[in-house]
Design a protein around this ligand. Structure first.
Ligand SMILES: *[C@@H]1O[C@H](CO)[C@@H](O)[C@H](O)[C@H]1NC(C)=O
Ligand SMILES: *[C@@H]1O[C@H](CO)[C@@H](O)[C@H](O)[C@H]1NC(C)=O
Ligand SMILES: *[C@@H]1O[C@H](CO)[C@@H](O)[C@H](O)[C@H]1NC(C)=O
Length: 428
């Protein structure tokens, strides 16, 4: 009896010590992410917690590698299967289904055969599975036989399509409280990669779909009661981090805007384009937050406005030059080394969200320019009408850098805070 009590007490003390240790590690390292340390306490139980998953530490934290230029994407490495194999996945808040190159067999795969995912019969999902239904909008063709294999196709705005079958397998993951998880998650086994359009697909093993439908990894983890349906990323010129769950939401530092719930993407609006803090006459923008896009795409008219403002600022200071990196570039008298060398020639744009509250997403020169290997400076904002994006404005990686961006699907909001994304979660 006494022994049992003693044992329990020890167990509790150890657990408490671990919790204290973890929260110190977390708050210490996340404090390092913000410019003015000491403010903005990490909230262990932030306002983001209306549902059942409440234990502090029930988030997944993943280091991100990549950059906007020259690589063009950001990725995480996840292990899949039993025994697990590692896959480098392009993180994409603009699509739902995670997929990996897959030997079923494959046409168009870029990975060597031994690095492909190899499905077994038992992995294939049937058409009647709710995840399969979530992938096929009611209008699009759905399978006739509910026991048929569930197939999928993802079309990307500027790099072709990916086709295959939906499968499910184990994803070993570590929660920040130290607990290991091994959930069965549904994803795409992609065995037909079709390269269309001007930009080839990334060279990763696949894509991590972080969108808001039931099929996304974040929704599946939350559906299983493992994490809250909150996705956060912090991207810099040298990688960054990604988290799933609500533990790292620095509530007091965040600027929030409402998600547009009638859009299938993470979108927000209406927004107004400002230049040097003043209206440009461009209003009512529908804005999509999409880490799957390297650059920012604006509809033709908005793009034209940006071009006009930038060109007027530069008038004669820099010379137009051709560079294979992007359509619009300039050179100086000497090659530039970084955006820091040119930022004084340019000004800050911002998006003012005019919905519930008047808030802004700042786009300083670093958020819309790159300096290429040739030492030219190029505009990282592109004409979305040219790639068929319709009336959507897509905020890509270039403009999401140096910010902690959070998609809170529990409270249907999107938020951001300026951050140093090179900070890492140490101790794990
Ligand atoms: C970590 O969190 C998960 C999910 O909330 C919970 O099931 C698990 O017991 C926690 N582990 C520890 C060590 O607290
Ligand atoms: C919300 O999304 C819908 C569907 O994409 C779109 O038609 C509408 O314009 C968006 N609303 C705002 C305010 O951006
Ligand atoms: C954007 O692309 C469309 C379609 O190709 C084109 O008609 C339009 O002129 C372009 N806009 C600008 C500002 O270049």
């Amino acid at each position: 009896m006494a022994e049992m009590v003693d044992h329990k007490m020890k167990g509790r003390i150890v657990a408490l010590m671990i919790m204290v240790l973890i929260s110190q590690v977390l708050s210490a390292s996340l404090h390092g992410c913000f410019t003015a340390p000491g403010q903005g306490q990490l909230r262990k139980r932030s306002a983001v917690h209306p549902t059942a998953v409440n234990a502090f530490g029930s988030s997944v934290f993943l280091p991100v590698s990549g950059n906007v230029y020259p690589l063009g994407y950001y990725s995480v490495t996840l292990r899949i299967g039993n025994p697990p194999k590692p896959f480098e996945l392009d993180i994409d808040t603009g699509s739902d289904l995670t997929w990996v190159q897959c030997d079923a067999p494959c046409t168009g795969c870029t990975l060597p055969p031994d690095r492909l995912y190899k499905p077994a019969k038992k992995n294939f999902l049937a058409c009647k599975d709710p995840i399969c239904a979530a992938l096929h909008s009611p209008k699009s063709h759905h399978c006739e036989n509910p026991n048929e294999k569930c197939s999928f196709q993802v079309d990307y705005a500027d790099h072709g399509s990916v086709l295959g079958f939906v499968v499910s397998d184990y994803f070993p993951l570590l929660l920040v409280n130290g607990s290991g998880l091994n959930p069965l998650l549904a994803f795409g086994c992609a065995n037909r990669l079709q390269n269309g359009g001007p930009h080839p697909p990334p060279t990763t093993a696949g894509v991590l779909g972080l969108g808001k439908s039931k099929a996304s990894i974040s929704s599946q983890l939350s559906g299983l009661g493992l994490t809250q349906n909150v996705v956060g990323h912090c991207l810099s010129g040298q990688g960054g981090f990604l988290f799933l769950g609500a533990d790292f939401v620095p509530e007091s530092r965040m600027t929030w805007t409402l998600q547009n719930s009638s859009d299938k993407h993470y979108s927000s609006g209406p927004a107004e384009l400002l230049f040097r803090g003043k209206p440009t006459g461009v209003n009512d923008l529908n804005v999509i937050f999409d880490t799957g896009s390297t650059y920012t795409y604006l509809t033709s008219k908005v793009y034209q406005t940006v071009l006009d403002r930038v060109r007027k600022d530069l008038s004669g200071k820099l010379q137009v030059v051709k560079d294979k990196a992007l359509p619009i570039c300039w050179k100086g008298t000497r090659p530039f080394e970084s955006v820091q060398d040119v930022r004084h020639y340019f000004n800050t744009f911002s998006l003012r969200f005019t919905g519930a509250r008047d808030i802004q997403l700042q786009l300083p020169p670093e958020a819309y320019l790159i300096v290429t290997e040739q030492g030219n400076v190029c505009l990282g904002i592109l004409n979305g009408t040219e790639v068929g994006l319709g009336s959507s404005n897509v905020i890509g990686d270039i403009s999401l850098q140096d910010k902690l961006v959070i998609y809170d699907n529990e409270n249907l909001r999107i938020g951001w805070a300026v951050a140093d994304c090179t900070c890492q979660l140490s101790g794990f």
